[in-house]
Every structure is written in structure tokens, then in C-alpha cells.
Design a protein around this ligand. Structure first.
Ligand code: ADP
Ligand code: MG
Length: 355
């Protein structure tokens, strides 16, 4: 731990593979002890960015600093970072303890110290007494823990995790998400976590950096990314979003009156840092759970379909201007009938204008 500013500073980093621009001018700062997730679809550049922090790939331009010192050109084993891979990359025929000890042996730590650290790590991972089992003799979830332990045991300043739960089934994944979070809090190491799973990103992270085509479109707390997406890509990738195109008819600070294509007006919110002009065409997002169907006033539409999905029913509605909205109604609430004429409304705060 040092007081040299943020744990990680990524500054205007660019990476090409031949003609493919994998990471396009990305900047990001991560605080000491923070849990930041890179979230985005396959191929958006998450692994490339993570591997540049680890030192397995060098950027074409830009800088990467760990605790205030540039590490560009510094090999991975001298960066004080550790990486957990999706496929775990464990030694299958060695024991759990031997796998955990590997990095410490490489560092030539004395045997008794290695043994003490490995025992403490087994405890932390919830695998006490399992040190003598071979990797082939433990479950997938236990292997995942060993992979995590092997990266943690060397006490890196920064832990980099590339889709570490990708191979686990749904239930185990959920369980490991909270385990990982617990361990991260307990050891207080800075985490950069990579996933394409938006729910995983929202539940685990202090901040989420949403990536698209080699760029970070928004980096914010999970709540802000969900509530106040800055682009239609972010809105659509994180949760479910209704996107509408409207024209601005009046503005008052962050609150904007807009008109849709069939001439109906409502209030929306704009969090951007530029001025928004009357007459401008804007795109806005309303989440399905923020739409009320019970009101008299509002946008008029016709119920097209009602589908149950457990805790929620999904109601799809055709609006007069030809667009469609999806509305989530909690189980137990009254549902409209198919083909019914309804009015829809929402709070201005929940209709968010995106860039
Ligand atoms: P993600 O981890 O988000 O799925 P990657 O960082 O693996 O994305 O890849 C970003 C882009 O770079 C993709 O277009 C991918 O095809 C390309 N890419 C990744 N690794 C290589 C490589 N070794 N050689 C050439 N292109 C690559
Ligand atoms: Mg990847």
C-alpha cells in the first residue's frame, strides 16, 4: 500500500491486433481496494484491456500506472498483479496445496512460511483440510476457489479476474459471486473483474465500466449505470430498456418536456453535461418496471401481449406512433386484457435522455 494516488491508472490506452482496433483510447482510474468490473459483449476488448494491466500484452500507445508508477514494458511477474483465468489453468495432477504453493515457490519463500500461507488460504477459501486432494478429485466450484486462492496467496496489490465464474452452472455461480465479494472485502485487494453478465457486474462491483467496440461508454456505480445510462448501448446492455425517439419542446434544468411521433407529450430527465435545445431530436430510455398502466392520463396504447415469467408479468404495448413498449408488472397486480386500450405514465426521473 502506498499513498501514490489511485491503485491503477489507465491513460489513453490503444491496442491494435494488425488492423483490428481492440482497445480504442481507454482511460480509467481504480482506487485502492475498489472492485471495478469491465462489462460488455464478447469481442468488445475486455480481456485485451485486462491483459495489458497484467502485462501479457503491451499497448500501442497510452500509459498504465500501478500506484503511480508506469508499468509499460515491465513483465507480468514484476507488476505486483495476479490474474485468475476463465479456464483456471491449474495443474490437474498436483494437489490443492501444491497448486496454491506454486507462486510462493517461484518466489523462493521458505517452506514453513509457504505451509502457513497455504493453510490460511485454504481457510479463507472455505476449503480447510482439502490441501492433499488432487485437482481431479474436487468439484468445479472448488477448482474455481483454488484458482482464486493461487492468485491471492502471493498477496498481489491488484487482482485481475477474466470471467472467472464462466464455467460454473447458475446456482454455483450465484454462490461464488457472494463468496468472491466476501473474500475481496476481507483481504481488501483492488479487483478488476471482467464479465459479459450484467447481473454479475451489478451485484458485485463498486463501479461498472460498460465497454462497447473497444471503448468505455460509461463508468459509474451499478445503480447509476442502471438508472442513468448515458448511451442507448448502455441502457440496452444493462437490464431491459424501452428506447423512444422524441422531440424536445421545453427545458427547465435537468427536466425536459418532449413530444413523441404521435404528438403526445411527457417529461423526461437529462443528466448529460451539454445543453439540450428545444426542437432537438432525442432518444430516451424507460425501464419496463417504471411504467404504470393504471393511469387515466399519459401515452395511449393497445395491449398486444401478456406473458407470465414468475415474479413479473411482461405486458407489451403498441403505441399510437407505431412503437412498442414493454411493461413489467409484479405478480399479484391486476393485468390488462389483451387488446385493451390503456394509458401509460412514469415519473420524469425515470425517462432518461441518452446521448
Ligand atoms: P472480449 O474479452 O471483450 O471478448 P477481446 O479483448 O478478447 O474481447 O477481443 C477484442 C477484439 O480483439 C476482438 O475483435 C477480437 O477478435 C480481437 N482479438 C483478441 N485477441 C486477438 C489476437 N490475439 N489476435 C487478433 N485479434 C485478437
Ligand atoms: Mg474475453
Amino acid at each position: 500500500m502506498t499513498d501514490a494516488g489511485p491503485a491503477i491508472t489507465i491513460s489513453r490506452v490503444v491496442k491494435y491486433y494488425g488492423d483490428v482496433l481492440a482497445v480504442n483510447d481507454v482511460s480509467l482510474m481504480v482506487d485502492e481496494g475498489e472492485f471495478v468490473t469491465l462489462l460488455g459483449p464478447s469481442g468488445c476488448g475486455k480481456s485485451t484491456l485486462l491483459r495489458m494491466v497484467a502485462g501479457f500484452i503491451e499497448p500501442n500507445s497510452g500509459d498504465i500506472l500501478l500506484h503511480g508508477k508506469s508499468v509499460v514494458g515491465v513483465p507480468p511477474y514484476r507488476r505486483n498483479t495476479s490474474m485468475v483465468f476463465q479456464d483456471y489453468a491449474l495443474f490437474p495432477h498436483r494437489t490443492v496445496a501444491q497448486n496454491l504453493a506454486f507462486g510462493l515457490r517461484m518466489r523462493k519463500m521458505p517452506r514453513p512460511d509457504i505451509s502457513a500461507r497455504v493453510t490460511a488460504m485454504l481457510e479463507l477459501l472455505g476449503l480447510p483440510g482439502m490441501g492433499e486432494r488432487r485437482i481431479t478429485e474436487i468439484s468445479g466450484g472448488q477448482q474455481q476457489r483454488v484458482a482464486l486462492g493461487r492468485a491471492l496467496v502471493v498477496e498481489p496489490a491488484v487482482l485481475l479476474l477474466d470471467e472467472p465464474l464462466g464455467a460454473l452452472d447458475f446456482k454455483l455461480r450465484k454462490q461464488m459471486q457472494s463468496e468472491l465479494k466476501r473474500i475481496q472485502r476481507q483481504v481488501g485487494i483492488t479487483f478488476i473483474y471482467v464479465t459479459h453478465d450484467q447481473e454479475e457486474a451489478l451485484t458485485m462491483s463498486d463501479r461498472v465500466a460498460v465497454m462497447n467496440a473497444g471503448q468505455i461508454e460509461q463508468c459509474d456505480t451499478p445503480e447509476r449505470v442502471y438508472r442513468y445510462p448515458r448511451s442507448s448501448f448502455v441502457a440496452d446492455f444493462v437490464g431491459e430498456a424501452n428506447l423512444m425517439t422524441c422531440r424536445v419542446v421545453a427545458t427547465q434544468g435537468e427536466i425536459v418536456r418532449v413530444r413523441n411521433q404521435s404528438g403526445e407529450e411527457f417529461l423526461a430527465r437529462f443528466n448529460g453535461d451539454r445543453q439540450i435545445a428545444v426542437g432537438e431530436e432525442v432518444r430516451l430510455v424507460v425501464r419496463p418496471e417504471n411504467i404504470r398502466i393504471d393511469s387515466q392520463d399519459g401515452l395511449h396504447g393497445t395491449v398486444e401481449d401478456v406473458v407470465f415469467s414468475g415474479a413479473m408479468a411482461k405486458v407489451s404495448i403498441a403505441l399510437a406512433d407505431g412503437s412498442h413498449l414493454s411493461v413489467a408488472v409484479p405478480a399479484g397486480n391486476a393485468l390488462p386484457a389483451k387488446s385493451a386500450r390503456v394509458a401509460l405514465s412514469w415519473d420524469a426521473d425515470n425517462a432518461v435522455i441518452v446521448a
